[in-house]
Design a protein around this ligand. Sequence first.
Ligand SMILES: [Zn+2]
Length: 390
Amino acid sequence: MIKLYEKQSYLRECEAVVTDCFTKDGSLYVRLDRTILFPEEGGQYADLGELVYGDNNLVRVLGGELTDKSGSDIIYRVDKEVPLGEVRCILDWDLRYERMQNHSGEHVLTGTIHNEFGYDNVGFHLSDDGPVTLDMNGVLTWEEVMEMERKANEIIYNNLPITDSYPASGELANMSYRSKIEIEGQVRLITIGDKDNPVDVCACCAPHVKTTGEIGIIKVISMVNWKGGVRISMLAGRRALRYINDRFDIIRNVTERLTTSFDNAPEIIDGYKKEIGESKVLINKAYVSLAEAVCKFSDKPFIFFDSDCPLSAMKNILSALINITDGYAGVFVGEDGSYRYMIGSKYKDSRIVASLLKEKLDARGGGKIDSIQGQVAACKDDIEKVLAGL
Ligand SMILES: [Zn+2]
């Protein structure tokens, strides 16, 4: 098995020979004599592609995996049986290129953090529908990671070469390089920058872009504390541009709705939030006054029904009504037939009312001696009948 992807990561097609086709766990697999398709390895998914044989017969390659730790044998999952013999192997290049941009971007960012803080990358995952995650074994602040992002992007602007090498074990012992895991057999090193004065050297098996300029951009999206260090989520290249453009559209949409500029949007939103907060307080106060006025002239117990009252006002209304009666007071908010309720009393046991509502109207809810709350699917007349005489 010749791994062409190691030395020729830009090869999109190659001739190969299918040497084996077999079934494993209900799926079809093939072995090739040479390959441009990277298998699932080191936190990165397998390349996708096609095999074409004979008179344009097309077989899709759905995955690839190593059969043992030595990495010398790869089997590819395919959607159809393939006859042994010559095939044309075609790589899903767009997917691979985005992965190369993101994988190489991860090297640059991790290398930058390693050089500045001495932290190591202890976990890596390259997802296709989310960001790349990298786990560093030390803590950073958001300001520090933003500074690392800025420095990593400077390495992109400098358009440094990214090269691979296969040093002999004696030579390797004297070299300084990053490695996520203990590697069996030949170590492949990925060097960024001048070989005599590199910005990063890391052991890695995956395909990378040729120069840092091709990474395009590195954007850190989030950072969370993770097992004593941090998990950083980032995107690079085309994926980063798509992500940034999607967010840019959201912000532009928001500023258009606010009829303001980008710069003024936070201040305008703060102003609206303040106004909404003040309005809520006023509305709640108005509902408390309304409930008091209605109940003062009604029979006991004091029960206030309303369809539009905000739920946030219920507690204030209940407190006000409890203060003007020795008996029970209550608030029912909702459409007739479906209410949320709160009931309480200064001197009486509210839990008695909860039991009564449950027994007569199949209400849900409960609470403590001084107040209960819940929901009831009943009309106002039936509720009033049950509560009458309490
Ligand atoms: Zn790599």
